[in-house]
Design a binder for this molecule. Structure first.
Ligand code: ADP
Ligand code: MG
Length: 380
């Protein structure tokens, strides 16, 4: 990919340029935990966006997207917002860097990637991070990795209209080969855990459906979580967020909660424990426990949190029947991908069954994305 991008750079702008890469991400476990002050466990993957970038000592940015075969050109003032959506990610990164007192020289860039778009692997964070990382180095800005992740997040908020958390940009910036990162969404403390599943493969199956996650469904779950936390807090003041609570404490107050709020809380509190269990299991290389917790998360999301859908439940049930070690929906739910931890000897049979059975049931095949945990943003 690097050669293709450099050759395109040379024919458009002449000469050569430095190249950077930044990756998409998966989240092994820890779903709907971020807004409950809990943990997530993401890692960067071997699908990335690569950019060749060279300062041009003007106040103008000239971009070429190889994948879209489109150009964009813009200045660096707030009023220079480009038309094209993909260019807004880069513009936003420049603006957020400037707002934080950084320097951004105009530049020429060519970029392309293989992170599937809109599949839940966060191609947008990869795009932001490759530019935050490169522009930080090219302009000697000295922002640390956390600040770079925040610049990416603020880009989504302020220039792309996506009110995301910090996980995606965090994973793109901090990712390391063979390591997952447990991030505490309340304190932003983080710790690396080894992910080296010998004899297993990690693969995502994309249902290619997105049932309308009316933002009302999401807001309603957030409200349930806040309500449950508030009721538990009356007896246990240390419960700032729902993830701080224990299951016993939920039982003490269950009668004071609606059935729906109690179900949501049971999932969230269980999920907090499952992330810890998975991290302990990773440290001893116990992938059977990792897989069990993935299934538990899935059925918690399906039965208690009620954010699954028939396509996702179908794939997870099939995975179980095919001897897959762990399987669950990844991301907010109502469609998107399942993430699967598959013993090597079951891999081909599982993919074949998924293709045939899913097609028979839903009329189209799931897309398949094998992934390996790899490094995040870096210069090539
Ligand atoms: P995702 O879940 O993959 O992050 P988003 O909708 O948040 O999905 O981001 C996808 C958007 O990011 C695309 O519509 C495009 O604007 C931009 N993008 C991602 N990858 C590329 C790429 N390879 N080339 C150009 N733009 C890209
Ligand atoms: Mg995105």
């Amino acid at each position: 990919m690097k050669e293709r991008i450099l050759s395109e750079f040379s024919s458009r702008f002449g000469g050569t340029a430095r190249c950077w890469s930044s990756a998409g991400r998966i989240n092994l476990i820890g779903e709907h935990t971020d807004y409950n002050g809990g943990y997530v466990l993401p890692g960067a993957i071997n699908k990335a966006i690569v950019a060749a970038i060279r300062p041009n000592h003007t106040q103008t940015v000239r971009l070429y997207s190889l994948d879209y075969d489109e150009r964009a050109e813009f200045g660096l003032s707030e009023s220079d917002l480009p038309e094209r959506q993909w260019a807004r990610y880069v513009f936003g990164v420049c603006r957020e860097m400037l707002k934080r007192g950084g320097h951004v020289d105009g530049f020429d860039a060519v970029f392309a990637g293989d992170v599937p778009l809109g599949a839940g692997l966060s191609s947008s964070a990869a795009l932001e991070s490759v530019f935050t990382f490169a522009l930080n180095e090219l302009n000697d800005n000295g922002f640390d990795l956390f600040e770079l992740a925040r610049i990416g997040q603020a880009t989504e908020h302020n220039y792309c209209g996506v009110m995301c958390g910090i996980m995606d940009q965090f994973a793109s910036c901090f990712g390391k080969e063979g390591q997952l990162i447990r991030l505490n969404c309340k304190t932003l403390e983080y710790q690396y855990f080894p992910f080296d599943p010998k004899g297993y493969r990690l693969v995502l199956l994309d249902t290619c459906v997105k049932h309308e996650l009316a933002s009302s469904a999401y807001n309603r779950r957030r409200a349930s979580c806040e309500q449950a936390a508030a009721v538990i807090r009356k007896r246990h003041p240390e419960v700032e967020f729902l993830s701080d609570a224990r299951l016993e404490w939920l039982e003490e107050v269950r009668a004071e909660l609606s059935q729906e709020d109690a179900m949501r809380a049971e999932y969230v509190i269980g999920e907090a424990q499952r992330v810890l269990d998975v991290c302990a299991a990773l440290e001893r290389g116990d992938y059977v426990t990792v897989g069990e917790r993935m299934y538990q998360t899935h059925w918690g999301l399906s039965k208690l949190y009620e954010v699954s859908c028939p396509e996702l439940d179908f794939l997870v049930t099939l995975a179980d029947k095919q001897g897959v070690t762990g399987s669950r929906v990844m991301g907010g739910g109502f469609g998107g991908c399942t993430i699967n931890l598959v013993p090597e000897e079951r891999y081909d049979a599982f993919l074949l069954a998924a293709h045939n059975c899913f097609t028979a049931a839903f009329g189209h095949a799931p897309k398949v994305y094998p992934v390996v945990i790899s490094s995040g943003a870096h210069e090539l």
